[in-house]
Every structure is written in structure tokens, then in C-alpha cells.
Design a protein around this ligand. Structure first.
Ligand code: NAP
Length: 284
């Protein structure tokens, strides 16, 4: 007698996690949890605090337990690069990895999706922005700025003015990445504003609990797109000032959401949507 089996075949739940130290502040479990539910995927996503000295052994153990991969945050992004068997060109150029993926052959791939997240945010929010229209001005020379410089150059920005409180840090970054980057003094950051078609705050100034970003936008090009990596507050004073001068402005929240997409797709096999529901969830 033929029997019809109506129960779905059992699938081993897929597992991923964000690794950091500390990690309690991470929004990634909220985001990936939302995508798992929305896409009805059998799986789980955790936040795991790992002390830097135990990074490699812990990650190896987690992969052995069956994890498909990880998001990696401060202070492990350089160790993640060293851990991997293969490194994507963008992670190599950024010099850090925020996404580890176990491939079918067992090799570990290190990617960096921050530059992708930054660019996907700008192109999804703006219909008019043309990276090749002219130079960009980037404030900051930390880990995030590195990814932004790579993203802007790859998108076709012809020249970048890079400005950081600690000038030597900006000079090191420029020397590492491209001779299309011109370093300018922090006290002269406003001087190049009329020439800039994209203006990016990649410092931590202006974030809730941090000092304000003191930046006079009087001479900003009204055709410039102005963006802040900060998303708390959602609209920083810097963005409010730029908006008041007629500029198109883009908040940093979309970068956070978009940078999670490639990892989720690789671990769980489905490309997730970045939409208003997700943004509202992460902002609450
Ligand atoms: P980081 O490596 O610690 O770099 C901090 C940057 O801010 C440096 O350029 C630093 O300049 C500058 N800075 C800090 N205090 C300053 C002050 N009082 N005056 C002038 N400059 C100051 O941090 P990061 O990882 O690059 O992150 C930068 C910001 O981007 C943070 O707010 C972070 O939350 C945000 N972010 C957002 C996303 C997203 O998905 N939206 C992703 C990554 C980062 P010095 O070199 O002179 O110290």
C-alpha cells in the first residue's frame, strides 16, 4: 500500500553568530533573527563574547560544532582575516574581515561587507547620486573609514579628500589604499567643501554620548550627497545642517542593515530583504 508522507523532511538547523568582545550591544541577532523568521528558515543566530586570546581556538571549535559562519566585530576583525583560508579582494584591501563563511569544501572564507553595506545604503536611498560626479570628502581614519574609502574608489569616485584629527593615521591609510586620496588637516576640513560631491562622516563624533562634530557646512555644494555612518541618533546634527543647506542626506542605519545581507545569504541560503520593518525593529 502506498503511503503519502505529508511531513516536511527534517532539516538540520543552520547556525551562525556574531563574535565580539563585548557583544551585548550588537544589533545583529535582532536583524538575523528577523530574517530567519520572515524567510521561515530553520536556524539560529547567536551573540558570542570571545576574549581576543581565545579567538582562533573558539572559532575552530564552533565550526567543528556545525556553525555555517560568523559576523565578526571589534576587536576580532584582523584576527578573522588571519584565521581564514581564503580572503576576498575587498577584505584584503580593507585589511579586516567582518564575515566568515564555511564553504562546501570546508575552507573558511573571510569577507568584509562594510563597503558593500555603505554603497547599498547610498544607492538604495538616492536615485540621483553619481559617485563619478566629483571628489568626496571623508572625515575619519578608523576601521570604518577604510571600508568607505575602498567603497568610494570602487564606485568610481575620482578623488578623495581624507581628513582626520590624527593626521598621521590618515596618511597611513592613504598610503595603504590609493594615491587618489589627498590628506588634509583637520582644521581645514571645511576648505574643500565646495569641491565635494559626496561628504561622509566616518568619525564617532555626533553619536549619542560622544562629543559633537563641529563642522561648518556654509560652503557645502547643495548638489552634494551627505552621509553619516552614525545611526544613533538616526539623524545627526551634521545631517540636519546638510539638509538645511539643500543637500540630500543618508543616515548610517541602512549601512548596518545592508552589510548583514551577504553573510545571511551565504549561511542560510536565502537573500534577505532590507525593508522598513527591519529598520523599525533595529531602531527600537
Ligand atoms: P574607530 O576606528 O574608533 O575610529 C574613530 C574615528 O573617530 C577616528 O577617525 C578618530 O580620530 C575619530 N574621533 C574620535 N574622537 C574624536 C574627536 N574627539 N575629535 C576628532 N575625531 C575623533 O571607529 P570606527 O570603527 O572607524 O567607527 C567610526 C564610526 O562609524 C562609529 O561611530 C561607528 O559606530 C560608526 N560605524 C557605523 C557603521 C554602520 O553600519 N552604520 C559601521 C561601522 C562603523 P583619531 O584617529 O584622531 O582618533
Amino acid at each position: 500500500m502506498n503511503q503519502t508522507n505529508t511531513t516536511a523532511p527534517f532539516q538540520t538547523p543552520k547556525l551562525a553568530a556574531v563574535l565580539g568582545h563585548p557583544i551585548a550591544q550588537s544589533k545583529s541577532p535582532l536583524m538575523h533573527g528577523h530574517w530567519l523568521k520572515k524567510n521561515q528558515i530553520s536556524g539560529d543566530y547567536f551573540a558570542i563574547d570571545i576574549a581576543p586570546a581565545r579567538f582562533s581556538e573558539t572559532v575552530r571549535m564552533l565550526f567543528d560544532l556545525g556553525f555555517s559562519g560568523f559576523n565578526v566585530t571589534i576587536p576580532h576583525k584582523e584576527q578573522a582575516l588571519a584565521f581564514a583560508d581564503n580572503i576576498t579582494p575587498r577584505a584584503q584591501r580593507i585589511g579586516a574581515s567582518n564575515t566568515l563563511i564555511k564553504k562546501d569544501n570546508g575552507n573558511i572564507n573571510a569577507d568584509n561587507t562594510d563597503s558593500y553595506g555603505f554603497m547599498a545604503n547610498l544607492t538604495s536611498k538616492s536615485t540621483t547620486w553619481q559617485p563619478s560626479a566629483g571628489p568626496s570628502l571623508v572625515l575619519g581614519a578608523g576601521g570604518a573609514a577604510r571600508a568607505i574609502l575602498v567603497a568610494l574608489l570602487d564606485a568610481g569616485v575620482p578623488k578623495i579628500y581624507l581628513c582626520n584629527r590624527t593626521r598621521s593615521r590618515a596618511e597611513d591609510l592613504a598610503a595603504d589604499i590609493s594615491d587618489c586620496i589627498e590628506v588634509i588637516d583637520w582644521q581645514h576640513k571645511e576648505d574643500v567643501l565646495p569641491d565635494a560631491f559626496t561628504v561622509v562622516n566616518a568619525t564617532s563624533l555626533g553619536m549619542t554620548g560622544k562629543p559633537a562634530l563641529e563642522f561648518d557646512l556654509t560652503n557645502v555644494n547643495p548638489d552634494a550627497l551627505v552621509t553619516d555612518l552614525i545611526y544613533a541618533p538616526l539623524e545627526t546634527q551634521f545631517l540636519k545642517d546638510a539638509r538645511a543647506r539643500g543637500c540630500e542626506v543618508v543616515s548610517g542605519i541602512g549601512m548596518l542593515l545592508h552589510q548583514g545581507v551577504p553573510g545571511f545569504e551565504a549561511w542560510f541560503g536565502s537573500r534577505p530583504a532590507v525593508d522598513e520593518d527591519l529598520e523599525a525593529l533595529v531602531l527600537t
